[in-house]
Design a protein around this ligand. Structure first.
Ligand SMILES: Cc1cc2nc3c(=O)[nH]c(=O)nc-3n(C[C@H](O)[C@H](O)[C@H](O)COP(=O)(O)OP(=O)(O)OC[C@H]3O[C@@H](n4cnc5c(N)ncnc54)[C@H](O)[C@@H]3O)c2cc1C
Length: 417
């Protein structure tokens, strides 16, 4: 029986391995790190004395591939959140709070009443969102949505930054369009926010690894691919530090490593080569979550450095996206600056609690026109080698949804071949 090798056990690699194993293929998954998960993982932080995620990850019910992944590995019930379309916000400049609750169906009834709209916005402002569907190949979020008005400042800008992880003046509107089309434009039923109750690994990674094992897949941790050997029109062997694995005819490979690793392993491959950082600042505190957003478990903050705050048991965790301009500052400076915002949101102006700043310097590729043009298709010039990863040409920005779809897609191509 032939074997399919999946290189990289992030979400793309796990999704590929799940698809292949469900189709009855023998699968070996090779992961360079000591654990699976890649950019979506939990770990024990010795300084804080507890487990944390490398970064807060928020999903929406409209992320259908991600929801199907959770169902397949039996982990949907590990996800928390308000259970309804509900997004609380606070404007740090004036301490005003509000929430949005998109109506369940496609008809946006919630926009018709001033009381349910974002404060300071008019119904007609929202028509701008429809322009995204007609965005040109090089149009930025700014050039399509403008950059002024309360709708922009209080919704579109934070949405674009968190979805694209790129500042709106260079971020590609075409990558925001599918996100909006698959969630907001389909109505509230597709906009229910959800995130792991315990941790990313507990929801996404460990159950996927267990499912793969139960299907007979082999998982090789601390197994780093260091070279690829090509023979004719196919990949003939994968080199690891402890030796080469030959690929007899019939064996296939899904390479689901980060863009820069793929470019090193496969000469001539063009991949995104500019990246954006995400900062996550985890404060160890039992501060009581403000009542207005306790129901959601998170809150969007406008007008400060902190962007999204997540309340977890014993931890307040803050995300700052598109953070290349901050990432090289000392960690304590970042923590102090962000704590000032959290103190306003929580109404607790006390001393800063113990903190861990996690800097993911290459969190995602920069979602610009230039980088979009560098995203390769899943199929390569080698008939038994497919690519997967959030950086491949999925049509989506670098997200869990994109990573999972890319893995499914690569696996389907191999199965078809
Ligand atoms: C801080 C942060 C916050 C985020 N927030 C969100 C969010 O809120 N919502 C959302 O949808 N997305 C979010 N994302 C994006 C999401 O995490 C990624 O899109 C997704 O995890 C990428 O998965 P991947 O499998 O494509 O890549 P990776 O996770 O990078 O997986 C690649 C794997 O390959 C392994 N590897 C590398 N080199 C080798 C080698 N030579 N041999 C073998 N293995 C190798 C790596 O160790 C890794 O496990 C966030 C990302 C970060 C960093």
């Amino acid at each position: 029986m032939s074997t399919t090798h999946v290189i990289g056990a992030g979400l793309a690699g796990l999704a590929a391995a799940l698809t292949l194993s469900a189709a009855g293929r023998r699968v070996t998954l090779h992961e360079a790190g000591p654990a699976a998960g890649g950019r979506c993982r939990s770990y024990f932080d010795r300084g804080l004395g507890c487990r944390i995620d490398n970064g807060n990850h928020l999903l929406l019910s409209g992320n259908l591939a991600a929801m199907a992944f959770l169902d397949e590995v039996g982990a949907r019930d590990t996800m928390g959140g308000p259970g309804e379309p509900f997004f609380p916000f606070m404007d740090l400049a004036c301490a005003e709070t509000w929430s949005i609750s998109p109506s369940a169906g496609r008809m946006p009834w919630w926009l018709l009443r001033r009381k349910t709209r974002i404060p300071g916005t008019r119904l007609r402002d929202h028509l701008a969102i429809l322009k995204l569907a007609r965005a040109g190949a090089a149009d930025t979020v700014h050039s399509v949505l403008g950059r002024s008005g309360e709708l922009y400042r209080r919704l579109l800008e934070p949405l674009a930054i968190s979805a694209l992880n790129t500042r709106p003046d260079t971020a590609l509107a075409r990558l925001l369009a599918p996100i909006i089309a698959e969630t907001l434009l389909r109505g509230g039923a597709h906009c229910i926010p959800t995130f792991p109750r315990d941790g990313l690994s507990e929801s996404f990674i460990d159950p996927a690894v267990e499912t793969l094992k139960s299907r007979g897949a082999t998982i090789r941790l601390a197994s780093r691919a260091v070279s690829l050997r090509v023979g004719g029109e196919r990949l003939a062997a994968i080199g690891f530090s402890d030796g080469e694995i030959e690929l007899p005819p019939g064996d296939g490979v899904v390479m689901a490593v980060p863009a820069w690793v793929a470019a090193d392993l496969l000469p001539g491959l063009t991949t995104p080569n500019a990246f954006e950082a995400i900062l996550n600042i985890h404060y160890k505190t039992d501060a009581a979550t403000p009542e207005v957003w306790a129901r959601a478990g998170f809150c969007g903050l406008i007008g400060g450095t902190a962007e999204w705050v997540f309340a977890k048991p014993g931890i307040v965790s803050v995300t700052v996206s598109a953070a290349n301009h901050l990432v090289d500052l000392p960690a304590d400076e970042i923590a102090t600056r962000v704590w000032a915002d959290v103190a306003i949101a929580y109404g607790v102006p006390g001393p800063m609690p113990p903190v861990r700043v996690v800097k993911e310097k290459r969190a995602t590729f920069a979602a610009t026109a230039e980088q979009e043009a560098r995203r390769p298709a899943s199929r390569t010039h080698l008939q038994n080698l497919m690519l997967a990863g959030d950086w491949t040409a999925t049509g989506l920005p670098a997200t869990i949804e994109g990573a999972i779809r890319s893995g499914r897609n690569a696996a389907q191509h191999l199965l078809a071949a």
